[in-house]
Design a protein around this ligand. Structure first.
Ligand SMILES: [Zn+2]
Length: 373
């Protein structure tokens, strides 16, 4: 797709939050008058806001250009096994509204997730202003369709639900690890990163950015289902997956429920919410016990992370998800350093709003690319 200068400007603002006139002029290689013409046009359409910078340099004040706060409203949705979370962002990417619905095993599957999705979107107060919706979930995404064992989704296509509610809204569907990687690129400049999403499942994504105007190279890695050689049958159909021995399921099994089976656990996860909370906080009160429980998981994660590191050579590893804490991140890094001479550094991001943010950015990117500018 050929990008014109208007789209390039909007993509710059989307990924960088704001830009100075002279920066845009340099990156687009246009004359000041051409830039003025394009900016005036974008301003007239309500797409951008031009603000005068507080700090005046010699000569005239610098102009900061931002996406218009009220025009670019977007929604990021995260569908996880535990809950569906929705955040409404304005054009400055401030959070305007947050809605969450807890899920039980009766809420999963195509039909039920569709209903929940419709329900949560209908709760948004300023629905008519929404330009784009990004939906992130754990599973495989193939164009418009999602397949997820954990959520029992088969060829799930959320577009028609959203088209029904919001006919003119752009929808983008992505894997939750891709959404985390997108956030990392936008907020922290991560250009070549490996993202690990750790909880009851283990997901990974290698993300290499080719710059603002080009689609980044993303490689979803089904880390949770890498073979480790145990005898336990996994919910994915295979036997001996990493999740059976190194996920929060495995930690929980070592902590309290030695007879637990992964398929039962995935189906009835909500029954274990309190135990999971306890487990994830155990290091605060009883660190030695926590180390004993997590030791096996750290070992296997260290093996696979160092191997993936050798394959892709990322700048950093981002650790995110419900199952990780600062303690977890430090211990895992220590384990990796004890077995590997690679300079693997782990950046702990925990569970902030990164998935919804990344999903919303992805959807707005799609909106800009498809707009008639
Ligand atoms: Zn598996």
């Amino acid at each position: 797709m050929k990008l014109n200068n208007s789209k390039k400007i909007l993509l710059n603002l989307l990924f960088k939050n704001e830009a100075y006139r002279n920066q845009l002029q340099k990156s687009l290689k246009v004359t000041p008058s051409t830039l003025s013409y394009i900016l005036d046009n974008l301003k007239k359409k309500g797409y951008i806001t031009v603000l005068k910078s507080e700090s005046e340099t010699v000569g005239r004040p610098k102009h900061i250009i931002k996406m218009d706060k009220n025009f670019w409203k977007s929604i990021g949705i995260r569908i996880g096994r535990e809950s569906v979370n929705l955040t409404v962002f304005n054009g400055y990417f401030e959070e305007e509204e947050k809605i969450s619905i807890k899920l039980t095993k009766n809420d999963i599957g195509n039909e039920n997730i569709s209903k929940i999705l419709e329900k949560i979107i209908k709760k948004v107060s300023s629905l008519d202003k929404i330009k784009a919706i990004g939906i992130a979930l754990s599973g495989n995404i193939d164009k418009d369709k999602a397949n997820s064992k954990i959520l029992k989704l088969e060829n799930f296509n959320p577009h028609y639900i959203i088209k029904k509610l919001l006919p003119n809204t752009i929808v983008s569907l992505l894997n939750d690890v891709e959404a985390i990687a997108t956030e990392e690129f936008v907020k922290h400049g991560g250009k070549k990163i490996l993202v690990i999403n750790y909880g009851t499942g283990i997901g990974a994504c290698f993300y290499e950015s080719r710059g603002i105007y080009e689609k980044s190279e993303r490689k979803i890695i089904e880390l949770g289902h890498f073979y480790v050689g145990t005898n336990e049958k996994c919910y994915c159909g295979a036997t001996g997956c990493l999740e059976t021995i190194a996920s929060d399921y495995a930690n929980l099994k070592r902590y309290k429920f030695s007879n637990l089976k992964i398929e039962d656990f995935i189906l009835n996860e909500e029954l274990y919410n309190n135990d999971l909370d306890e487990l994830r906080n155990l290091h605060k009160t009883y660190e030695k016990k926590a180390q004993e429980i997590y030791n096996e998981s750290f070992k296997y994660l260290a093996i696979f992370l160092t191997n993936i590191f050798k394959l892709f050579n990322p700048e950093k590893i981002i650790l995110s998800g419900e199952g990780v804490t600062k303690w977890f991140s430090n211990e895992l890094e220590r384990k990796i350093h004890s077995i590997s001479n690679f300079p693997v550094s782990i950046t702990y991001r925990g569970l902030k709003n990164n998935i919804e943010f990344g999903a919303a950015v992805d959807a707005l990117r799609e909106y800009i690319l498809r707009s008639n500018l």
